[in-house]
Each structure stands twice: as C-alpha cells, then as structure tokens.
Design a protein. Structure first.
Length: 252
C-alpha cells in the first residue's frame, strides 16, 4: 500500500467506530504512523470529521418523524401516497438545515485562524499518534533542523523548560504557516508508542488572531491537556501537558 492508496482508504475512516478492525484501514493506519506527511493529513481529516459530527448533532429531528417513516415503510405501498409528503418535506428540510450549518463551516476552515481554533488543532496533534520528523535528545540539532526547514527556530524557552529533556521535533502546518512542535519527556514513564508528555508549539504571532499581549502565560484546559499560551517578540507559544495547572507551572 502506498501513500495515495492509504489516503483513499482513510477517507472512509470514522473516528471512534469499529472501522479500525477493517484490515485495509488497519494497514493504512499503520502506514500513517510511519509517514509524517500522511500522519499530519490524517490528523486534520479526523478533526474535520469530529467538527462535522458536532454540526450534524445540532440539527433538530422533527417531532414524530421516526414514527411516521416507520409506519409508512411498513405499508410499502406501490402507488405514491400523497400522505408521505410531510415526511419527505421534513427530511428535505433537515438536509437544507444541514447544508446551511455545514457550508459556513467548510468555508471557514481556511479562514478561521483564531487562538481558540489554533489551540484545539495543536492539542489534537499532541494527543493523536504522531510521527516526529527528527528524534533526538540534542536541543541544538532540533533548532538546526527547524531552521533548515524554514520553521520557527529562534524560540526562547522558559528557564525551567530548558532543563527538561527533549525527545525530538516535528513541523506542523497552520494556515499555510509552519509550526515548530518540540517534544519533551518529563521523566515519567511513557505508555507504549508515546514519544513525549510535554509539547511546545511555536508559530509566528501574526498567523493567529486574538493572541494575548505580552505578559504572564494564560492557562486553560483544552481537551485533555492543561495548556499555557504566551507571546514573546514575534512568536506565539503554546505549551501543553497532561495534569493540572500546578503540574504545568513547573515548566514556566
């Protein structure tokens, strides 16, 4: 299975379902763990699926629609029954509502560059099975790799974070801009397949709307991670880890 074949198969994958048991999907998922570009694409695909599901769940089901459809299906009349028009109209209305809800979202995928969306996207990257572009314990090698690939490399780490062991880095994409993802290990035992338990994302500040002004980091829980966001110079920093606020403050 090659890169493009895996993409075609993973387009059919639905997160949180039994799809993972399908042999072809399992093979494509395994390839995504080895292919950094495919892994990034797959993460964005899953994020879009989750947002789409959330939008569809917001569509109200017309009262009595289920009962009406069941009763009419049981009748199985060959001739067209004009009494079915209310049910068909309800279904059509639901489709229209879905289109109205989803279309603005699809149009905003490339334009919604707010801080909240950025935080959710990067946290999702850290929580999924990602592939590091460079696995190393050398901070200098990480900066050199990021700089050579035109990703932010002149970042400034908080003093406590300087003392934490690095495990590697990856380059993510955000609104056409490159994001440096630096992975750390705090020394706690890592689960099989995990490559770190503390993640720092650095991007040009101009690439994200509603960034905080200079000042102390702003802490907030995003999904399963406790995060801290701050700006320094022309860079926006996002640090995240499992745990609580006290856990995260040790590295700020």
């Amino acid at each position: 299975m090659n890169h493009n074949e895996a993409k075609d198969i993973l387009l059919l994958y639905r997160p949180g379902t039994a799809d993972v048991a399908d042999p072809q999907i399992a093979e494509a998922l395994a390839l995504a763990q080895r292919d950094a570009e495919l892994a990034r694409w797959f993460g964005e695909h899953c994020a879009r699926q989750e947002v789409l599901r959330a939008k569809l769940r917001q569509i109200p089901v017309p009262a009595g629609l289920k009962e009406q459809i069941v009763s009419e299906q049981a009748a199985r009349r060959k001739d067209f029954d004009w009494r079915r028009l209310p049910a068909l109209a309800a279904v059509a209305a639901a489709v229209v509502v879905a289109f109205v809800l989803i279309t603005p979202w699809l149009q905003s995928l490339k334009s919604d560059n707010t801080l909240a969306v950025y935080q959710n996207r990067m946290v999702g990257t850290a929580l999924r099975t990602y592939v590091m572009d460079l696995a190393t314990n050398n901070s200098g090698s990480i900066r050199a790799y990021l700089g050579q690939n035109h990703a932010p490399a002149d970042y400034v780490l908080p003093a406590p974070l300087e003392k934490v062991a690095v495990t590697g880095c990856a380059i993510e994409s955000w609104q056409g801009m490159k994001v440096s993802m630096i992975c750390f290990s705090t020394g706690k035992p890592l689960a099989p397949g995990e490559q770190g338990d503390l993640w720092l994302f650095v991007v040009d500040r101009a690439a994200v709307k509603n960034t905080p002004s200079a000042g102390p980091p702003q802490l907030a829980r995003v999904n399963q991670l406790m995060t801290a966001v701050w700006t320094q110079g022309d860079k926006l920093y996002l640090l995240g880890t499992l745990g609580n606020e006290q856990t995260l403050r040790r590295y700020l």
